[in-house]
Ligand binder design. Structure first.
Ligand SMILES: C[S@@+](CC[C@H](N)C(=O)[O-])C[C@H]1O[C@@H](n2cnc3c(N)ncnc32)[C@H](O)[C@@H]1O
Length: 211
């Protein structure tokens, strides 16, 4: 067994502990404000439910992954849930386009496994290289493919298919099927299920890149 970094373990435990209600409310208010400023990019009025992200984490098998990427972490509720299911030596790269959300994430999740980048999912390869991270075993996405230009969605889907490790999983949650329209030409037909315990209910798509 490799030696355990006790300091890192305790920081990890802190960042993944369930949020106090006051912090969850503050996150929800910040999220709603972002929705008012950028409704198409934020795409939701409240953060995702824990039930939805637990399902996403299971489908992505983040507990077995050495490197996970989250596209569109928002205020970080989903990020905390993913970190809570990941191993102590794994890495999570969170790429968020909204600078206010990115700053919030850096301030509130001091987990040594987390790398947070402010930028677009389109530049996935560059963000991975900037942190010297390997090809991810899992990529998780809550970004709104339905409200972005089709060409942008196409570039993001191509980048995901290119960067994912062979045998790796791409799991995307969305109300509409637009992410599947962009991704299926690159990764084949997904598995699809619904999570009803979320506002609104979400489709959860899973692709596995051929080995
Ligand atoms: C529906 S919210 C999901 C937030 C959080 N993951 C959750 O589940 O509660 C979508 C997030 O994706 C971000 N986003 C939208 N387009 C993006 C892009 N091209 N690259 C990175 N983030 C993006 C938005 O700023 C927003 O934070």
């Amino acid at each position: 067994m490799p030696p355990v970094d006790k300091q890192a373990s305790s920081r990890t435990a802190d960042s993944t502990r369930p949020m106090p209600a006051a912090n969850a409310l503050a996150d929800a208010v910040e999220f709603f404000k972002a929705f008012l400023g950028h409704p198409r990019r934020t795409a939701s009025i409240v953060p995702s439910s824990n039930r939805l992200i637990e399902r996403v984490a299971r489908q992505a098998k983040v507990g077995e992954a050495a490197c996970v990427v989250e596209l569109g972490p928002g205020t970080g509720g989903s990020t905390r849930t993913l970190l809570g299911r990941m191993g102590p030596r794994s890495r999570l790269l969170a790429i968020e386009m909204n600078p206010a959300f990115h700053a919030h994430l850096c301030r509130h999740i001091p987990d040594p496994r987390l790398r947070a980048e402010c930028g677009s999912a389109e530049d996935l390869a560059e963000h991975l290289a900037a942190h010297r991270l390997p090809a991810p075993d899992a990529i998780v996405s809550g970004i709104p493919f339905s409200t972005m230009p089709a060409a942008t969605g196409e570039r993001i889907a191509a980048a995901i298919a290119r960067c994912l490790a062979p045998g790796g999983r791409f799991v995307a949650y969305q109300w509409t099927p637009s992410v599947a329209e962009r991704t299926t030409p690159h990764l084949g037909e997904p598995r699809q299920e619904w999570e009803l315990w979320n506002l609104p209910p979400m489709r959860v798509y899973t692709w596995v890149k051929p080995s």
